[in-house]
Design a protein around this ligand. Structure first.
Ligand code: IPE
Ligand code: IPE
Ligand code: MG
Length: 241
């Protein structure tokens, strides 16, 4: 049953979010950076439940980039501690909202306990028929393309793929989650106007909404503003309308 209210706009089918500004929010409040990450969990919960309620089919949240491995080890450890807590504590919310959890990114550098919790939560929610939520963790857009190109090259080497037969569809089929629709709307918080290696292939025709609000403060009203902004966009996909 849809819970879309009469005043909710017909929104994007697929949404991606660069959750930025946790550190700045904490600094402004006179707190340690990690307190910003902690508060960011509340914004994640709100965004997930609101997107599910508004009928979004796929939501990708950028939680930890390949480049974020260069942060101080203490911050990395605390970020993964929070991620594990999120995976343990939000299972009920995910099940109640019929959300299916996925992971986008490389597994190689993730610890066994993070991978274990991710795998358990993905298995637990695999039968859910609602919104797909992909957490981009140890994710980089360039790395995703490099991983895909390696897999394609192996098929060429094995003689099962003719290089002349490589099309956009071949590349798409080798992304981490080819089944997810490209984002219609890309939201970035904390006012930064850059992509930071997120979904490079998939954002080709995404509408970009930059919110000045830092991620820990990003609430349902800010998401609604992003959707309203999206609703005013004219999407031409290169054509003349
Ligand atoms: C986003 O907040 C969270 C992650 C990248 C993990 P930041 O930690 O980048 O916060 P700022 O950009 O320093 O304010
Ligand atoms: C992008 O934010 C990565 C995530 C939100 C996980 P960053 O804070 O790492 O990006 P830059 O360094 O400002 O480009
Ligand atoms: Mg940042």
């Amino acid at each position: 049953m849809s819970t879309r209210g009469p005043n909710d706009l017909v929104g994007p089918r697929s949404v991606a979010v660069i959750m930025d500004g946790n550190g700045r929010w904490a600094k402004r409040a006179g707190l340690e950076r990690i307190r910003g990450h902690e508060r960011g969990i509340d914004a994640v919960r709100t965004t997930v439940t609101e997107c599910a309620r508004l009928g979004v089919q796929a939501l990708v949240l950028y939680a930890f980039s390949e480049e974020n491995w260069a942060r101080p080890q203490r911050e990395i450890d605390l970020l993964f501690k929070l991620l594990k807590r999120f995976l343990r504590e939000e299972r009920d919310t995910l099940m109640q909202n019929r959300v299916r959890l996925l992971h986008s990114g490389r597994r190689a550098r993730l610890s066994p306990d993070v991978l274990g919790l991710l795998d358990e939560t993905m298995a637990m929610t695999a039968g859910n028929d609602g919104m797909r939520l992909s957490l981009a963790i140890s994710y980089g857009g360039r790395q995703e393309l490099a991983d895909g190109v390696q897999a394609i090259a192996r098929q060429v080497q094995a003689g099962t793929l003719d290089p002349a037969a490589i099309t956009e569809e071949t590349i798409r089929a080798h992304l981490y989650h080819p089944e997810l629709p490209d984002p219609d709307l890309l939201i970035r918080t904390a006012g930064e106007m850059r992509i930071s290696n997120f979904l490079l292939w998939q954002v080709s025709y995404a509408e970009i909404h930059v919110s000045d609000v830092c991620w820990p403060e990003f609430g349902a009203e800010h998401l609604a503003a992003a959707f309203a902004d999206y609703g005013r966009r004219v999407r031409k996909f290169g054509k003349v309308l």
